[in-house]
Design a binder for this molecule. Sequence first.
Ligand code: NAD
Ligand code: UDP
Length: 308
Amino acid sequence: MRILVTGGAGFLGSHLCDRLIEQGHDVLCLDNYFTGAKKNVEQLIGNPKFELIRHDVTEPILLEVDRIYNLACPASPVHYQYNPVKTIKTSVLGAVNMLGLAKRVKARILQASTSEVYGDPNIHPQVEEYWGNVNPIGIRSCYDEGKRTAETLFMDYHRQNKVDIRIVRIFNTYGPRMNPNDGRVVSNFIVQALRNENITVYGDGLQTRSFCFESDLIEAILRTMEQTERCEPINIGNPTEFTILELAEKVISLTGSKSKIIREPLPSDDPKQRKPDISKAQKILGWQPKVHLEEGLKRTIEYFRSCV
Ligand code: NAD
Ligand code: UDP
């Protein structure tokens, strides 16, 4: 197939491009390089089945494709809050443009949604039926509400225009090719530990996240696209939950770092807990994550050793 990956030069997009090329597809990797980099896909450049397109998803584009994976959007709070108006435009106009393209060429399209659609959840673990607890006017809203509106657009294009859609709600995912300046917790802690700098825990560090390794996530995305049972959202993530403090301690011990843990203020609207209920993914995709945090952290640390 001819497959378009928007955000293809980013952390997850580049791993997805690798897997699609391995499977023998023609891949069009579209990116504006806001948080992504050509370096992430340098191994594919020159492959006749791979094509790079510099483009911004807020602008329409005419292409002929069979599948669209819509990943374009900064994912780190630091980067999505840098230009919040652009972030919401990327989610909303990006969805409109990619859905319009899917409709015109009758392509199947998958949206990379997020656990952030649940906001600061008061149902734990989070099931797909939960509507969320999202602040519509806070500093995270450009991302959360942008992604929620994108889900609405996907469902409406499906109901109104019969566009063949898939939606995955991705929970915190980490691994090699995260940008060292990304600002998300796993990359921050590893980079700080490797440089023997202070590890910055925000708040009391008792907030929780559940961390999924990139290869598990990509496998689930590929399976979601090709299953024909469900177009509504599916949670994808690793349900093993850790506090941020536990993560900091693990990173220090795995790197053998001399870093000390320091406290910094908790950013506003920072969710207190997050853990996916993945029963639907297990049932529909026959999938479950395989890589434990310790193993995934070791592989990620190895990657960062070569670039910091
Ligand atoms: P990333 O920042 O590494 O990748 C995003 C990519 O999109 C980058 O290459 C960036 O340059 C590109 N991009 C941003 N705005 C664009 C625009 N207007 N036009 C074209 N390209 C644009 O982040 P990631 O972790 O790889 O995330 C990929 C997708 O998965 C995002 O949509 C994100 O919201 C979603 N997601 C990721 C996680 C996670 O933990 N990694 C969790 C939930 C959702
Ligand atoms: N965090 C932290 N130190 C950092 C970066 C993040 O303590 O240097 C915390 C952050 O406040 C949040 C959690 O780690 O509670 C996960 O943050 P991240 O930005 O990775 O993603 P989020 O899940 O909040 O979107």
